[in-house]
Design a binder for this molecule. Structure first.
Ligand code: GCW
Length: 683
């Protein structure tokens, strides 16, 4: 770690933890501080355990005192008056002339405070400070889509691009969970408080007694960092694993089976966060298999979890991938599904249910309007599902820094009831619920690869997710700079180059993939990677563009289309209903228009496609040269690893450009005004 000023900084002479228990976050905070300060300043501080504040203060001239607010004020009741009010997981940090006070609202908050202090030091901020910091929302979870086993022995990760599962091997929990502990450390350093460890396409055998023991070991590896374990469930488990002849959520035997399983799990993991459930979607079983509602399905788990204080996070990603027929039905639209399935259920959920909603109504595309379901659940807490793993966004082989996209989504104003209604204020409970509920879920999918995500630069996305879930007011470039300083260097050139690359990366990727809200145009039949616009029509998943020889786009208007635009509150519905007020970047999401339709920019749709693909690919060509300017300024290993990917991305951007442009050129027969399309060297 570079950047700190070792000579001018007055360090505390010792670290004193209050009421620390080994294996819990306050103890960890002491260890992390000692290790971190040694890493930055080369000086090892002792960590002393104290029962109360008074006993140690006399011994040292200066101290770093670390503990929960409760432990601190119990031993010194007068101190309480000087402390700010903290919310769950919040912390207070005061640095003053070599004395450091780090207090958490709970154990976990104390660790967050310690990491914050280290982050300041590592970024060279050695001035006296007083910081009070509370997270924006209680749910700050990552979701891992880890399988217990692939076709062979490997625990694979669905849409994971960083190697095998760090949790599972050969259908069981791994013996060696060192990486799981390291992952928890990584997550705690950015304020994440829970991790769901298995795929939402869940395997019932996660719940065998042996595997439940294994899950207990994962929770033990997480606990020192205050990361709680969450678990995805397969709805049919009472039948497929339990041997019952049904998994009907209203059946007494089924209810008892889940209660017993939940009690068994809590015996092993008393602090389990709860469950995550994908039901009646993409072939997964669910309550609708028995004509029960999604609420009846969610409440089954809510009841089992309630005595233990657990939360059931129920996914809104519900649609039937067998009933969609594009050619026969102009009004068929997968985007409508979530709001339709949850219609009439808002007051039916138990109070420990949170509905987890993907940011867009389809599926993690490069640009989507924000899901209107956020405004329909005004009594039920919601969490937003963001995807850190870049499934449709280049799968870590392309650099796409996602914070700018997430910020747009979080800041989007739905104007519900004509009042300000930003996504971020809905998911933290402020707008509708008036209490702290809901929050953020990030599909992370780290793996055994030493880079965790498969690429060094992709880690800025995991970092940004945690920082935004803590504080959505932070800026994308501010978060990025923080990350670069902590990860690479305080060298201004390094900060500038990585910032420049990252900040243009999302618009660049959008330019050379799918424009104007048409979706990413990846191959959706195979791995969601690389260009395949032809696959975007006629498929059973309802990810369609309705492109023909003359026109393109999904008509989602109320007056003539699928009606999706009408799912928004009135002002927004009106904006999207009308071509004139629909922003160009969502035009083809909401409207079906001729290729010759003229955009607000004055260009036709087809010419915009051509130009944008040339422009985006041209920007990608500059990435490797820009990166070259950092040679020698960061370590060779990471330099080469990243260079390799940027060179690849530059090449792949050309393939994207030509595949998409040729496809629409052939389909429309309309020439490129600049006469580039159809004349390139690959033909
Ligand atoms: O679009 C799909 C992804 C699946 C994923 C699903 C979901 C886990 O391609 O891989 O399944 O979304 O979010 O449930």
């Amino acid at each position: 770690i570079k950047g700190a000023k070792p000579h001018s900084y007055k360090l505390p002479s010792a670290i004193v933890t209050l009421n620390a228990t080994e294996g819990l976050p306050v103890f960890t905070a002491g260890q992390e501080l000692s290790q971190g300060i040694e890493g930055i300043f080369g000086k090892k501080l002792d960590v002393e355990a104290a029962k109360d504040v008074g006993s140690h203060e006399k011994k040292h001239t200066t101290t770093a005192t670390v503990g929960t607010v409760t432990a601190y004020t119990e031993s010194d009741p007068d101190a309480a008056a000087d402390l700010p009010e903290l919310l769950d997981d919040g912390f207070y940090l005061r640095v003053s002339d070599g004395n450091v006070l780090i207090l958490g609202q709970n154990e976990r908050g104390t660790l967050y405070g310690a990491f914050h202090y280290l982050s300041l030091l590592a970024r060279g901020n050695t001035s006296d400070v007083t910081v009070t910091s509370n997270p924006d929302a209680p749910i700050r979870w990552v979701n891992q889509w880890d399988n217990m086993q692939d076709g062979g022995t490997h625990g694979s990760v669905e849409r994971g691009y960083g190697g095998d599962s760090i949790f599972f091997w050969d259908g069981k929990v791994r013996d060696d969970l060192t990486r799981a502990g390291q992952y928890a450390r990584l997550l705690a350093s950015i304020g994440i408080n829970a991790a769901v460890v298995n795929n939402v396409n869940a395997d019932a055998k996660t719940l065998t007694p042996e595997n439940m023991d294994g899950l207990g070991r994962i929770a033990d590896a997480f606990r020192p960092y205050g990361v709680q374990l969450g678990l995805s469930l397969n709805f049919a488990s009472p039948n497929t694993l339990g041997g019952l002849n049904t998994f009907d959520p209203l059946d007494e035997k089924v209810i008892q089976w889940w209660k017993d399983i939940t009690d068994d799990l809590y015996e092993r993991v008393p602090d389990m966060a709860g469950y995550l459930v994908k039901a009646n979607s993409e072939g997964q079983p669910g309550p609708m298999t028995y004509n029960r509602t999604l609420a009846e399905g969610a409440n089954l788990f809510a009841h089992a979890l309630k005595p233990h204080g657990g939360t059931i996070v129920f996914r809104a990603f519900v649609y039937d991938s067998t009933s969609l027929n594009e050619t026969l039905d102009w009004k068929a639209d997968r985007a409508n599904a979530a709001v339709e399935y949850f219609d009439g259920l808002d007051d039916k959920f138990e109070d420990n249910v949170v509905i987890q909603i993907k940011y867009g109504p389809i599926d993690f595309q490069v640009r989507e309007p924000v899901s209107p379901l956020f405004t329909k659940l005004v009594q039920t807490p919601t969490a937003i599902e963001l995807q850190i793993t870049q499934e449709y966004l280049g799968q870590q082989a392309h650099l796409v820094y996602l914070a700018p996209m997430w910020k747009e989504i979080l800041d989007f104003d739905f104007r519900a009831e004509g009042k300000p209604s930003r996504t971020r204020d809905i998911i933290n409970g402020e707008r509708f619920h008036h209490r702290r509920v809901g929050g953020y879920a990030g599909v992370a999918n780290v793996g055994t690869n030493t880079t965790w995500l498969g690429s060094h630069l992709a880690m800025s996305n995991l970092f940004a997710f945690g920082r935004l879930a803590w504080n959505p007011s932070l800026t994308s470039d501010g978060i990025l700079e923080e990350w670069i300083r902590l990860t690479f260097s305080a060298d201004q050139k390094v900060i500038d180059v990585i910032s420049d690359l990252s900040m243009v990366s999302w618009p660049t990727y959008e330019s050379y993939t799918g424009n104007l809200g048409i979706q990413t145009l990846t191959d959706i039949l195979l791995g969601h990677y690389g260009p395949n616009p032809a696959s975007q029509d006629g498929n059973p998943w309802g990810q369609w563009t309705r492109a023909d020889a003359f026109s393109i786009g999904m008509d989602r208007t109320v007056w003539n289309g699928t009606g999706f635009a009408g799912q928004y509150p009135a002002e927004i519905a009106a904006r999207y209903e009308d071509i004139a007020t629909t922003p160009d970047d969502l035009l083809l999401w909401f409207h079906h228009v001729p290729y010759t339709h003229v955009l607000k920019s004055g260009k036709t749709v087809i010419q915009h496609f051509y130009d944008s693909h040339y422009d985006g690919a041209a920007v990608a060509q500059t990435f490797p040269d820009l990166w070259e300017t950092l040679r020698g300024r960061i370590d060779d290993e990471r330099f080469e690893h990243i260079l390799f990917r940027l060179v690849y991305q530059a090449g792949h951007a050309l393939i994207w450009r030509d595949s998409i442009n040729n496809f629409y050129h052939n389909k429309s027969g309309i020439a490129d005004a600049d006469n580039r399309v159809g004349n390139h060297p690959y033909r």
